[in-house]
Ligand binder design. Sequence first.
Ligand code: ADP
Ligand code: MG
Length: 185
Amino acid sequence: MHRETVFIGFGSNVGDRIDFCDRAVTLLSLLPHSQVVGVSLLYESEPVNDHAQPGDGWFLNGVVQLETDVTPKSLLSILREIERSLGRDEEDRSGPRTIDLDILFYDQLIINEPDLVVPHPRMHQRRFVLMPLSELDPLFVHPILHRTSSQLLAEVGKQPEVRLLFPQPSTRYGSRQACSPPPGS
Ligand code: ADP
Ligand code: MG
């Protein structure tokens, strides 16, 4: 079966941020027709008020790498479902968020639809995305900019600040090895 490589960015800046990130990764690992093949470390980043007003809380951010044959549209609605189940405030989507899930890349696909733009249009300007992404796949090529994630990271501004969370939580899902594929898959 042919599966696409997908990168999903996650972020949380309110409440028990580690727990929200952990639950989001766990829910992603349970998706049918999909397998989580990588989870980045957790990064802490200063909130950016570029187009949203997420408040003062620092974010925890990371990236999940998925092999999947769920279509981009279905994946987006699954992500929104997970956001809802983790208590994201639908009335104030641009405010502080328990969890934000974004499709960064869907293999080399380019999508320009009103509710879905892939690659994510702001990812290459965001250090908090490029750091965990480069950790997982430094040579993944952006299908529009034709630059690898590590090149994009080298070119992005040093501000606002992003740092590795230290210490990393020891119990988080992502610190364990991804499970091996079922036999015959
Ligand atoms: P942001 O993540 O940019 O702060 P939201 O999480 O509130 O903003 O997302 C707003 C809308 O962005 C979502 O309803 C979704 O339809 C749309 N969207 C467009 N492209 C993407 C993408 N690649 N990943 C996730 N959402 C996207
Ligand atoms: Mg989002």
